[in-house]
Design a protein around this ligand. Structure first.
Ligand SMILES: Cc1cc2nc3c(=O)[nH]c(=O)nc-3n(C[C@H](O)[C@H](O)[C@H](O)COP(=O)(O)OP(=O)(O)OC[C@H]3O[C@@H](n4cnc5c(N)ncnc54)[C@H](O)[C@@H]3O)c2cc1C
Ligand code: SF4
Length: 489
C-alpha cells in the first residue's frame, strides 16, 4: 500500500484507505512567513498536525521543514495524496512525478457528481437546487421520495431575533483541554515571533478541536444539547454570547478531522430518534451539505478568475485598524464587538461575518482581494476554497450576483432587529444624517447611491432603489460618508 501524504487539512481517518496505511505529514514553516495569520489559527493548525503525528507514531513520517519541496526531497518512495483544497496546491502536487493525486475527500458530494449536475443546468447555479439534488442523491432527510415534513427548506422559521433577556438557554460546547503538544506549539510560536514571523490577534486558550476525538465530542454534544436551539437563533447576535447555539465545527470540518456526512447523519438521527425539531435539523443539514459543499464545488467549477472579480470597482485599501483587529479604535458597538471577537477568538458566527464585517467593508468600497486575504488569515476556519464564494460572491457581491440575487448590504435596522447591539451604542440605527447617524444606515444609502448604475436591476432591488430616489437628504448623506471614509466609525 502506497504512503499517503496528508496535508494539514486532511487529518481524519476518512483520508486513509486503511487504518494501518503508511502516512507522510509535513509541517512547513514558510507557510507562516508568507501571510499574517491569526495567532490562534496558527496554533490550531500546528496543534492538529502534531497531534495527528503523535497518534500515528511509527506509521507516519513526520517532517518539519522550511518548505514542502525541502521535506519531499527526504522521502524517496512513491506517494499518494487526496485532491488538495486550493488550486495552487493542486498544481504543485500534479507537477510531482512520484505523486498520484486521488479524488477529493472531506465533502458530501463528489466533484464529478457536482459537475454532472451543474453541466445539465441552464442559468445561475444557486445553492437551493444543488442542495435539493444532494439531499435526493444521498438520501438525506427524505420520507420516500419527498423531503421530511413536506418541505425542502425551513429557512423562514429560522430567523428569530435573540431572546429579550439576552440569554440563550443552551449548555456551552465542551472546550478542548490543552496538553503538552499545545504547550510546545505555544513555545514555538513565541520563538517564531521573536524571529520576526508576524501574527495577528491575541493568543488565547485553544477553543477548537485539534483531534478527531475532540471533534466528535463537540459534535455529539451539539446534536444532543444545542441543535434544537440552532435553527431559530441561527441569525441572531448577542453581545454577551458570541457562540449562541452554533456548532463551532467549521474548523474541525476544514481541518479534515470530522467527516461532514457523519454530522449530517447524526443530525438526521437526532430528528428521527430523539425528536429534535425538524426546522433546526434541516437548517443544520442545509449548512453542512448545502452551503459548505456548494462553496467548495463552486470554487472548482467556476473559472479561476472569479476569485479576482471586482465588478463594483471597489478601490479603497483595507485600513490598518481593520487589519490589526483594533476593536478599541471603533465606537460602533456592533462592529467593535465583532472585531473584538475576531481578535480574541479568531471566530464569529455567520451573521457577524456577513452582516457586520462584510456589510461594512462592502459599504466602504474596500478591495475584495484584500478582504479575501483578511478573512482567510484572521479566521480559525479560513481557507482558500472558502473565500471565493463567501467573500467575493456572497459578501462583497464582486461578481454582480453569481450566488445571490442582491447584495448582502443593510442599514442599522437589520442589526437592530437581530441583535442587542444598538441599545448600547452611541449611534442611532434610525438616523442617517448628522450627529449620531448610524454608520451602517448612512453607509447603506451612500453605497446604493454610488453603485446604482452597476447593481443589476431586478424585482428584489426595485423597491429599495425607489426609496433611494425619494431621499431628500441623499447628497448630504453621501458627503457625510465620504468624509467618514475608511476611518474607524
Ligand atoms: C464573509 C464570510 C466569510 C466566511 N468564511 C468562512 C471560512 O473561512 N471558513 C468556513 O468554514 N466558513 C466560512 N464562512 C461560513 C460560515 O460563516 C462559517 O462556516 C460558520 O460561521 C462557522 O461557524 P460554525 O461552525 O459554528 O457554523 P454553524 O453555524 O454551526 O454551521 C454549521 C456548518 O455549516 C458549514 N457552513 C455553513 N455556511 C457555510 C458557508 N457559507 N461556507 C462554508 N461552510 C458553511 C460550516 O462548516 C459550519 O461548521 C464565511 C461566511 C462569510 C459570510
Ligand atoms: S446603531 Fe448602528 S453602529 Fe450602533 S450598534 Fe446599531 S447598527 Fe451598529
Amino acid at each position: 500500500m502506497s504512503r499517503r501524504w496528508l496535508f494539514a487539512d486532511q487529518l481524519g481517518p476518512h483520508f486513509l484507505d486503511d487504518r494501518k496505511q503508511p502516512v507522510l505529514l509535513i509541517e512547513s514553516k514558510a507557510v507562516f512567513r508568507r501571510r499574517v495569520y491569526h495567532r490562534q489559527k496558527a496554533h490550531l493548525i500546528l496543534s492538529a498536525l502534531r497531534h495527528r503525528a503523535a497518534e500515528l507514531g511509527d506509521q507516519a513520517i513526520f517532517l518539519r521543514a522550511e518548505t514542502y519541496g525541502q521535506a519531499l526531497r527526504k522521502v524517496r518512495e512513491p506517494l499518494e495524496v487526496c485532491h488538495p483544497t486550493s488550486r495552487a496546491a493542486l498544481a504543485f502536487v500534479r507537477d510531482l512525478d512520484r505523486v498520484t493525486v486521488l479524488p477529493a475527500r472531506g465533502y458530501v458530494t463528489s466533484l464529478t457528481d457536482f459537475a454532472d449536475w451543474a453541466d445539465g443546468r441552464r442559468g445561475a447555479l444557486r445553492m437551493e437546487p444543488f442542495y435539493r439534488f444532494a439531499r435526493e442523491h444521498h438520501g438525506v432527510l427524505l420520507d420516500g421520495r419527498d423531503p421530511a415534513g413536506g418541505r425542502w427548506s425551513y429557512d423562514t422559521e429560522n430567523r428569530e431575533p435573540p431572546p429579550k433577556d439576552g440569554k440563550l438557554d443552551v449548555p456551552p460546547a465542551p472546550m478542548p483541554k490543552e496538553n503538552d503538544i499545545d504547550a510546545e506549539v505555544r513555545a514555538d510560536l513565541d520563538r517564531w515571533e521573536r524571529q520576526g514571523i508576524r501574527f495577528a490577534g491575541r493568543d488565547g486558550p485553544r477553543r477548537f478541536p485539534a483531534t478527531v476525538k475532540e471533534a466528535k465530542a463537540r459534535l455529539r454534544h451539539f446534536l444532543r444539547h444545542r441543535l434544537a436551539a440552532f435553527g431559530p437563533y441561527e441569525d441572531a447576535m448577542l453581545s454577551t454570547d458570541p457562540w449562541l447555539a452554533h456548532s463551532m465545527l467549521s474548523a474541525a470540518f476544514n481541518l479534515g478531522l470530522l467527516d461532514p456526512m457523519e454530522a449530517v447523519r447524526g443530525a438526521e438521527q437526532a430528528y428521527r430518534k430523539q425528536g429534535a425539531p425538524l426546522a433546526s435539523v434541516e437548517g443544520f443539514i442545509r449548512q453542512v451539505m448545502g452551503w459548505r459543499d456548494y462553496i467548495w464545488h463552486s470554487y472548482w467549477y467556476f473559472e479561476p478568475s472569479w476569485r479576482t472579480s471586482n465588478e463594483l470597482r471597489a478601490r479603497r485599501s483595507v485600513p490598518d485598524w481593520w487589519n490589526d483587529l483594533d476593536a478599541d479604535a471603533v465606537d460602533a458597538h456592533c462592529l467593535s464587538d465583532v472585531l473584538a471577537g475576531v481578535r480574541d477568538r479568531a471566530w464569529t458566527h455567520h451573521i457577524p461575518r456577513l452582516m457586520v464585517l462584510g456589510n461594512y467593508a462592502l459599504q466602504r468600497g474596500w478591495r475584495p482581494a484584500e478582504l479575501v486575504e483578511w478573512f482567510r488569515t484572521r479566521f480559525v476556519d479560513g481557507y482558500e476554497w472558502v473565500m471565493t464564494g463567501n467573500v467575493v460572491g456572497m459578501s462583497q457581491y464582486a461578481d454582480l450576483g453569481r450566488m445571490t440575487t442582491k447584495p448582502y448590504v443593510s442599514g442599522g435596522a437589520y442589526i437592530n432587529r437581530m441583535s442587542d447591539y444598538c441599545g448600547g451604542c452611541r449611534y442611532d440605527p434610525r438616523k442617517r444624517l448628522g450627529d449620531g447617524a448610524c454608520p451602517f444606515t448612512a453607509g447603506y444609502w451612500a453605497f446604493l447611491a454610488g453603485n446604482r448604475s452597476r447593481i443589476p436591476s431586478n424585482a428584489r432591488m426595485a423597491r429599495t432603489m425607489k426609496q433611494l430616489e425619494r431621499l431628500s437628504d441623499l447628497d448630504a448623506v453621501i458627503a457625510q460618508e465620504k468624509q467618514r471614509g475608511s476611518d474607524p466609525p
